[in-house]
Design a protein around this ligand. Structure first.
Ligand SMILES: Cc1cc2nc3c(=O)[nH]c(=O)nc-3n(C[C@H](O)[C@H](O)[C@H](O)COP(=O)(O)OP(=O)(O)OC[C@H]3O[C@@H](n4cnc5c(N)ncnc54)[C@H](O)[C@@H]3O)c2cc1C
Length: 303
């Protein structure tokens, strides 16, 4: 049994029945075969910065790939799925390679960022990915996909849609840049996050996706009616809707809707997953009531 709190940036969750870190594709395959024989459900874990584990824990195998290499050839950077994004950006910036600065301060792993097409400050991982290698957990086949085949979408990819593959490594293509300018650009993002995000409390980032304006009825999408920002296409920030629904600072048990950034729920005092889920439901209900907009979770909720 392993305490999942240790593997969530939220510091919330029960216990996993089995937990395995795997350093090679062979080790991943062996572990998957073992789990299959035991008929265990599997969950793939990256850095745990976007996951809400259940208070009941996970009655199966949590598999954490531990692929930690970075290789650079000309403008191509290939890295293992478990490389923290902070290390990846550092590797690019220190070599004068541009294209990753938007991810300054983005927590989590490279694999997690590919899985969810992570994005910030107008950039997204899909802008730079040229190849992803993954392992199909059912057929045990290795797959290589180019950018188009990854089917990237707003906070989504083929890996998220299929939910049956482990990302092992990926390659990004960068551009030449000036180290000092890249460094300053990366630091500006890190500092912006420090100012705007409630990083003093355990959290899993923005709980809800922003609302693409294109998905809304004409009347609701009227930019004069609601605030719109670019993300990298026009969206209504979920934080704005939650704020206008009067929910800033509302709490349940040990969890609170952050007064600083209302799309963050923070663990202020030994919160339970159920406290967070109650706040998620409250937000969805109130925003629907006030704006007729159905918010959709960005975070992964594991029941
Ligand atoms: C303070 C804070 C700020 C954040 N800001 C942003 C932001 O600006 N933009 C943004 O997009 N996100 C943001 N996030 C959310 C989060 O950092 C990203 O979604 C990140 O990419 C998740 O990576 P991870 O490794 O932590 O994934 P995890 O949380 O471990 O997992 C997330 C999902 O990815 C899957 N996954 C992870 N690794 C693999 C793999 N190797 N193969 C297959 N599936 C995998 C998991 O199964 C799970 O479904 C923020 C989070 C925090 C805490």
């Amino acid at each position: 049994m392993v305490d999942l709190k240790r593997y969530s940036n939220f510091r919330i969750g029960g216990q996993a029945k089995y937990f395995k870190e795997a350093k090679t594709a062979e080790e991943v395959i062996q572990t998957l075969q073992w789990a299959r024989e035991k008929k265990l459900p599997i969950y793939i874990l990256g850095g745990g910065t976007n996951i809400l584990w259940s208070d009941k824990g996970f009655d199966g195998l949590v598999l954490k790939p531990d692929f930690n290499f970075i290789e650079v050839e000309d403008f191509y950077l290939t890295a293992g799925a478990s490389v923290p994004m902070s290390k990846l950006i550092q590797a690019a910036v220190s070599r004068g390679l541009a294209g990753l600065e938007w991810a300054g301060g983005l927590p989590g792993t490279f694999g997690g960022a590919v899985y969810g097409n992570a994005g910030a400050f107008g950039g997204e991982i899909r802008d730079i990915v040229v190849e992803v290698m993954s392992l199909d957990t059912e057929t045990m086949e290795l797959k290589k996909r180019n950018n188009i085949e990854c089917e990237f979408d707003y906070r989504a990819s083929v890996f998220k849609k299929r939910g049956k593959e482990i990302i092992l490594q990926a390659t990004v293509k960068l551009e030449p840049g000036e180290k000092r300018i890249l460094y300053e650009s990366m630091m500006a993002k890190i500092n912006y996050r420090k100012r705007r995000h409630p990083l003093e409390y355990p959290n899993i980032g923005s709980v809800f996706k922003n609302v693409p304006v294109g998905n809304l009825d004409k009347e609701l999408a009227d930019p004069h009616r609601l605030v719109v920002k670019t993300d990298p296409f026009p969206v209504i920030p979920a934080a704005y809707l939650i704020d206008k629904a009067g929910l800033r600072g509302v709490s349940c048990g040990g969890a609170m809707i952050s007064p600083r950034h209302p799309n963050f729920i923070v663990n202020v005092l030994d919160a339970k997953a159920d406290d967070v889920l109650a706040l998620i439901e409250l937000i969805k209900e109130k925003v629907k009531e006030k704006f007729k907009i159905q918010l959709e979770e960005e975070v992964r909720i594991i029941n």
